[in-house]
Ligand binder design. Structure first.
Ligand SMILES: Cc1cc2nc3c(=O)[nH]c(=O)nc-3n(C[C@H](O)[C@H](O)[C@H](O)COP(=O)(O)OP(=O)(O)OC[C@H]3O[C@@H](n4cnc5c(N)ncnc54)[C@H](O)[C@@H]3O)c2cc1C
Length: 389
């Protein structure tokens, strides 16, 4: 853990002001209240691209701005604080290192200028209708045909597929090889014949997608890494998402990187509960005081919980939202903009939102296994009877 204080010089302070002015001038106000995954603020992303700030660590020749780690941290912090929906950019940043490392020169020449401009985004094509936790069991087929591949199958919960240009797709290229050896990764173009994207609406008013690949043909240049080496290719982005790869060597990000978003939501939930208690004459009620204090303590604990363990902050959010709805009674379950709803509707919305949060990016049960094995050094849990190796 790093608790070093940073002294900011005048140049850095000026950069910080510039970032905030830039975001205020370029974000799309029409998207201000959109859930993060339903829309991508393309106007802001293209403006970032024009400055070299879409992929800010890239050199200027590649369309970046060669920003320093501290400048990049300030930019990321203010983009996140602005609440502008940029999930497409976030997913692209997650996948980009794998494309840089494993993509062919031809592929990089084709897409990198568009990525830098903010015109091209990626999404994650891991989960299938039959299961998501065991990614290596992927059944979507990739069948080689000369210089092309035929992609056949379906992917479930491909969030932002309707906004993205490519899916980071895990597919089975060899059905005879052992489970982890028969996989190949692709940067799968989504705007080709044979790809059909259907919406799935979540209870948190968010859109995700079911994507069908019906013998979609793509060139071999969209393959990432060697045939059969897909598990190795996907391990970088997966480790990053699960909090055990360090994508922040300068250690400038939040301590609780995995759970920072949930901690921020929890802070709003606690603040709204305090407002509600004050406005409804319940601030002296010992039950109210106890539950607010418990949620506030939990928030502080998660704020200081690093790596994969921080991901469990979503459970603190689930507990707090459900506890406060209990205290508030019927008004607590009324959605924002419904007559009689409480505050800004943050508690009610968090109650619905946290359910998805404990599932996507790996369920909290799977994270518990990771904590047990990787942090506590406990043995792998026994496989359920009938599970494949
Ligand atoms: C809103 C939303 C957005 C998503 N976005 C994406 C996306 O963009 N791209 C993508 O590829 N996927 C996405 N997902 C899918 C998500 O990653 C999977 O839902 C998740 O990995 C779990 O897979 P599953 O739903 O198939 O459940 P399963 O894997 O079938 O699991 C069922 C239950 O068994 C438990 N379980 C499974 N294996 C273990 C184990 N080893 N140890 C302990 N318990 C276990 C799980 O915790 C769960 O409770 C999204 C999901 C949601 C809900």
């Amino acid at each position: 853990m790093q608790f070093t204080q940073l002294a900011l010089d005048d140049e850095t302070r000026a950069f910080w002001r510039e970032v905030n002015e830039f975001i205020a001038a370029n974000r799309d106000p029409a998207l201000a209240t959109e859930p993060d995954v339903n829309a991508n603020d393309q106007r802001l992303q293209r403006a970032l691209g024009r400055r070299g700030w879409n992929i800010p660590h890239w050199p200027k020749e590649l369309g970046g701005a060669a920003l320093s780690p501290l400048q990049r941290h300030i930019l990321a912090l203010e983009l996140s604080r602005s609440g502008a929906p940029l999930v497409g950019r976030g997913l692209t940043h997650l996948i980009l290192p794998a494309v840089e490392q494993f993509g062919s020169q031809e592929l990089k020449a084709e897409i990198f200028p568009g990525v830098a401009r903010g015109d091209i985004n990626f999404c994650l094509g891991y989960t299938e209708p039959d299961g998501g936790s065991d990614m290596a069991a992927a059944r979507t087929r990739a069948i080689r045909d000369g210089d092309e591949w035929i992609i056949r199958g379906a992917k479930m919960f491909t969030t932002t597929a309707h906004l993205a240009d490519f899916s980071f797709l895990i597919a089975r290229s060899d059905t005879a090889a052992p489970k982890h050896k028969g996989l190949t990764m692709f940067l799968m173009p989504l705007k080709v014949p044979g790809v059909e994207i259907r919406p799935i609406q979540t209870i948190a008013d968010e859109r995700t997608n079911l994507v069908f690949y019906s013998d979609a043909r793509i060139s071999d240049r969209y393959r990432l890494g060697a045939e059969g080496d897909g598990w190795n290719v996907v391990s970088g982005p997966l480790g990053q998402e699960h909090g055990h790869a360090h994508g922040d060597p300068e250690r400038l990000s939040e301590i609780c990187g995995q759970g920072a978003g949930y901690v921020a939501d929890l802070r709003e939930v606690v603040a709204e509960a305090v407002d509600w208690a004050k406005c409804n004459g319940r601030a002296a009620d010992p039950q109210v005081r106890l539950r607010v204090a418990q949620a506030a303590l939990e928030m502080e604990a998660y704020r200081n919980t690093p790596g994969a363990m921080g991901r469990l902050a979503v459970e603190g959010l689930t507990r707090a939202a459900s506890d406060f709805i209990d205290l508030m009674g019927p008004a607590g379950v009324l959605a924002k903009d419904t007559e009689g709803h409480v505050g800004h509707g943050v508690i009610e919305w968090s109650h619905r939102h946290a359910v998805g949060g404990s599932t996507y990016g790996g369920t909290t049960e799977v994270f518990r296994n990771m904590v047990a094995q990787r942090i506590l050094g406990l043995p792998r849990p026994p496989k359920p009877a009938g599970a494949s190796s």
